[in-house]
Design a protein around this ligand. Sequence first.
Ligand code: SIN
Length: 470
Amino acid sequence: MSSNLRIACVMVGLPARGKTYISQKVCRYLTWLGIKTKVFNVGNYRRKLHGASLPHTFFDPHNSIGEQQRREAAAAALQDMIEWFSNDQGIVAIYDATNSTKKRRRWLYEKLSKHDIQVLFIESICQDEALILANIKEVKLSSPDYANTDPDEAAVDFIARIDHYKEQYETITEKDLTFIKLINVGSQNIINMIQGYLESRIVYYLMNLHIAPRKIYFSRHGESQYNLEGKIGGDSSLSERGLLYATKLPELIQNLGTQDLVIWTSTLKRTVETSQYLDYPKLQWKALDELDAGVCDGMTYEEIEQKYPEDFANRDEDKFNYRYRGGESYRDVVLRLEPIIMELERHENILIIGHQAILRCIYAYFMNYNHEDLPYIKIPLHTVIELTPKAYGCEEKRYKVDIDAVDTHRPKLKKSPSVRKLSKINLGASGEIVREPMSPIIPISPNLFPRTSSNPSTIDLSEPALGSLE
Ligand code: SIN
């Protein structure tokens, strides 16, 4: 499906209000759904053009040189963003900056609209002083702006920088703009003039985010009978070693010390049996069932290669887009898991006891893997993976239980020309690679504006409409 839809998400908010965190989350979510997305961070442009380690006075609205230089950084980021939309067929760009005056927002809106780019403003307001301080400590003081600066001095300088922005800050009240206002992320949201499917999805995603600290754990089911026999799919029970893993799991989980844990499993026996000794609330999800191997369900890889050699080669050629005859592809599974991701974002501490392909897809969302590498992520048996969400991604720890298990990971093959010849790119077929290049996984509606080639592609910095920045 081709689309001329282009959306710029323009962040709004004082420094240390989680704008970068939100930008990164939206970018990862959309990229996971196959929607080409990129973040343009104005602070990075400012550091590149004018250097890091600038004192707070640089951000003083009465400092005319600083103001001009910040304007240059804002315009350079905008220019690159507009070029990225046309040169790289981008669909969603995120413009990560404070954009905290009406004048600045109007300037951005006018520039982007001229290029047929829809603008969605995302304002983050945080009234929780403790949270702001935690954000300053965790993120800002480790930023390149304060490399080699004493942390106490850095905190004083950064708070003075925020005060400069506060002097001119205007919350969004422009009724003709499309916006979502997130107040204390997760507690109150105000939305205005949201249009189209993709904007609604982004807004729905934002409404489900929270920033309370939490842990996400993954474990595959214990080794199953089918694992021992080298068969895929099915609904077999655990092997002896798999059952032993299930008995060891409660102690391991308890030692991690995470309170209020909830356990999610699929509806298949091997995950339910793995969870049986864990004394926590449990939920079974059909959406967490293993990738459906269709006619190959219950076969070994050797049997598949013998019976369906062309399919087997196609799968190695493009594992993410290959759909089993009468079954699913990884691409299909990502779409099926989207509601799970939304629920994961809403909740706090969760342990998912799942299947290899399913956990690869969920892990790829949190750890930002591309679609090509996703089907090869290593999620070994008898191992608990712990993810802790942070501002720029997730911290990871792995806990291996000392019980042997078969290795079900098949490494990526080097492509040979004969394999390549076998593959077809067909739409809607089964047992073949099913994809349309560049096509997103969720449907997106076409742009409201027609795209024209005569749109200007450079930005005049001297234009009066740019006015002064915050
Ligand atoms: C920055 O220079 O760090 C951000 C620029 C801005 O958003 O005002």
